[in-house]
Design a protein around this ligand. Structure first.
Ligand code: FAD
Length: 546
């Protein structure tokens, strides 16, 4: 079936539109059968076909090759990755003589910013193409192994959160997957097998190993000094990136896992300005992720930061990553948010990612479909998750330590929970241990009544924990940034060393903090985004005199 938005995804530009691109590109000629770009390799940019035809082909790491689309004069080739010079996800093969105009990633960004109406159509098409590739699993790795395993969920979650296409092949039904399993005979802990687009086969890879093979970690220029380095790509970091990038600052964003932060895990945000019907955190932050790249912001994800060196020995701040990489910048924005709190429950870590979840996305909802689940926590995020899960599972048992939800949850959510028949509230309860079956899958939780001490057992394969978070500030140890007693970054408070910091500036000149990680911030998406916008004039002012 033809995709309903095919016209938007593959528009044909008019002669007038084509003329408007002339100042941004250079002419290229290709002979029959030559490749304009190739799946798995860094492309030159976006190609606008002026004469001839080009076939787009999908190719996977197991050698399967299939034509998908033929593009002709007035059409352009590329998807959203071309905005940042990422690796191509499909092959483009000239059908005969082809003349095209190449817009390098930098020129493409200039065009979409300079020409708003043409830029809007090009951006929409590039985003839709990525969406289509994701929907059909084209251009990314193939995952082979048991569908519901913890590691399959982990890897799929990583790829999904980073908007990378992928496909799961079941050896029981797919002959190629079956034959690969037979030839590799992987041990249980080597699953899933991940077949990268270049044919490399990885056994149950870490996120970093996978990212490296997919080109996500193509190293930034370590000698470059950015105006702004933002650590954390949640709403606060992404908002800073969009506003700083759009105002001409050179910006890099670093994140340990994926863009979106905690908000990216939110199944439905209903209280964000301008979205009366709600929006998923992933959809909201994916827009910002693309928008930031349109303004030339560099993304380096995943990259966990382990240390900040504020000594300015060579004049700049130095950010050190876990893998030994480093980034130099005149200013640093700390936007690392907070991490999920792990309550003291026996055997908790044994079931993390295999029945214990800290977020409720469509992936977890599918795993738990039609089952009875327990959800621990009484805050707004717990409430949203309970309501979301109730539409997919047989029953949600919502366990809270307090007598009621009144002091911890917004009223609209309390009302919605009360009106949802398959959510049962268990007040004054706390889980103290988890039990698994012979294969290590969670099958029960033991809990205690806080008043009486009476103990109970509930059969369940899935427990969701939404019990708050601690600031992600370990990496700031010993760099001079003052934290409050809970570890949040203190901003806007003068000291002998730095008597007049800006409102969102820490005790170290040039180091700023925004969002959940900042002491006194409103722990809400709107607050995080607002601070991201608010910090930019201070960054500008600092860079101007640095
Ligand atoms: C399930 C859920 C639902 C929610 N729903 C709502 C809602 O409906 N409305 C609302 O207003 N708020 C909601 N919230 C709260 C909201 O998501 C947060 O307030 C917001 O995400 C904070 O943004 P942030 O950018 O400050 O931090 P975060 O979103 O926490 O992002 C921080 C980022 O920093 C990265 N990071 C951390 N340490 C490092 C390191 N050392 N190196 C590199 N990167 C690092 C993390 O990977 C993360 O991506 C919800 C939260 C959750 C969990």
């Amino acid at each position: 079936m033809v995709h309903p938005r095919m016209g938007d995804a593959f528009p044909i530009l008019s002669t007038h539109d084509i003329e408007r691109t002339a100042a941004f590109g250079s002419l290229r000629n290709y002979a029959k059968d030559s490749r304009l770009f190739q799946s798995g390799q860094t492309g030159d940019g976006l190609f606008l076909i002026l004469a001839g035809h080009v076939t787009l082909c999908q190719r996977d790491g197991l050698g399967h090759h299939e034509p998908m689309y033929e593009a002709g004069p007035g059409q352009f080739l590329g998807e959203i990755g071309q905005l940042s010079g990422n690796r191509a996800l499909v092959d483009a093969i000239a059908q005969g003589e082809v003349q095209a105009r190449l817009l390098t990633p930098g020129c493409l960004r200039e065009l979409v910013v300079a020409d708003a109406s043409l830029g809007e159509r090009i951006m929409r098409a590039l985003i839709l193409r990525r969406v289509m590739l994701i929907e059909r699993g084209i251009g990314g790795p193939l995952l082979i192994g048991p569908g519901g395993s913890g590691d399959m969920t982990r890897i799929r979650g990583f790829l999904t959160r980073n908007t990378l296409p992928h496909r799961v092949l079941d050896p029981a039904t797919d002959a190629r997957a079956k034959s690969l399993m037979e030839s590799h005979s992987p041990a249980a802990d080597e699953l899933p097998l991940v077949v990268c687009p270049d044919g490399t086969i990885l056994c149950n890879p870490s996120e970093n190993a996978l990212a490296m093979h997919l080109g996500m970690l193509d190293l930034p220029d370590e000698d470059k000094v950015y105006d702004v380095a933002i650590v954390g790509a949640g709403p606060a970091g992404l908002a800073t990136a969009v506003y700083a990038g759009s105002e001409g600052l050179s910006v890099i964003v670093l994140d340990a896992r994926s863009f979106g932060g905690q908000a990216g895990a939110s199944a439905r945000i209903e209280n964000y300005f301008g979205f009366p019907t709600g929006i998923t955190g992933q959809a909201l932050t994916a827009r910002a992720f693309v928008q930031a790249q349109k303004f030339g912001v560099k993304m380096r994800i995943p990259m966990r930061i382990k240390q900040l060196d504020c000594s300015r020995k060579e004049g700049d701040l130095l950010i050190l990553g876990e893998e030994g990489t480093q980034v130099r910048a005149k200013t640093v924005v700390v936007a690392t948010g907070a991490r999920y709190r792990r309550p003291s429950i026996d055997a908790l870590s044994a079931f993390e990612g295999r029945g214990v979840w800290y977020w409720a996305s469509p992936i977890e909802a599918k795993i738990c479909a039609d089952q009875e689940v327990i959800l621990v926590g009484g805050g707004n995020s717990a409430g949203q998750a309970a309501v979301y899960l109730s539409a997919h599972v047989a029953k949600v048992r919502m366990m809270i330590r307090r007598e009621s939800l009144v002091a911890t949850m917004s009223k609209y959510l309390i009302d919605r929970i009360a009106a949802t028949p398959n959510i049962e509230l268990i007040p004054n309860g706390e889980i103290f241990s988890l039990e698994g079956d012979a294969e290590g899958r969670l099958n029960a939780a033991r809990w205690r009544e806080r008043g009486t001490g009476a103990e109970h057992r509930l059969a369940t394969g899935n427990v969701f924990l939404f019990v708050g978070a601690d600031p992600e500030t370990d990496w700031l140890a010993d760099c001079g940034v003052i934290l409050d007693k809970s570890g949040f970054v203190v901003t806007g408070v003068g000291s002998d060393a730095h008597p007049a910091p800006a409102l969102l500036e820490s005790s170290v000149p040039g180091v700023f903090a925004v969002g959940d990680v900042r002491c006194g911030s409103v722990k809400r998406i709107g607050g995080a985004i607002g601070e991201g916008a608010q910090v930019v004039p201070a960054l500008h002012a600092f860079v101007a005199v640095a």
